[in-house]
Design a protein around this ligand. Structure first.
Ligand SMILES: [Zn+2]
Length: 127
């Protein structure tokens, strides 16, 4: 089950890639690694991981039902990293919506590191 290519498109096995971050968020050394792990968590409906990886400042605006709905209503096809800096990642998440129409979620996300752990702070939608 884990000897499959990671959903984030890294060309590594899931077991050698995002699974490490899903098991221990400190395994994400860079903001991009956390971003990839969050994308993969959407593909695998790892709702607790998605919730817990929100920075505490923005987590209080989140709820697991909404995260689960967004994760499960769509079929996540692949991730495209456009550019990444130390604290930001611009990406396109390609998916099929509820009607199985191809769609793209294009976002520039901000990340923040606290006590050795990267968190997703917020994101701005791009067109
Ligand atoms: Zn991965």
């Amino acid at each position: 089950m884990n000897m499959v290519n990671c959903n984030c498109g890294s060309a590594r096995f899931y077991a050698d890639c995002c699974l490490l971050v899903h098991q221990d968020r400190q395994a994400a050394i860079t903001a991009e690694q956390l971003m990839r792990a969050r994308y993969t968590a959407f593909t695998r409906s790892l709702i607790d991981f998605l919730y817990d990886s929100f920075h505490p400042d923005s987590r209080r605006y989140q709820n697991k039902k909404e995260i689960a709905a967004w994760a499960q209503e769509n079929k996540w096809m692949h991730l495209e990293i456009i550019q990444a800096s130390t604290t930001t990642v611009e990406f396109k998440a390609h998916y099929l919506d509820k009607q199985f129409e191809p769609a793209v979620h294009h976002e520039k996300s901000r990340f923040k590191k606290d006590r050795g752990i990267w968190y997703y702070l917020d994101g701005r939608l791009l067109s």
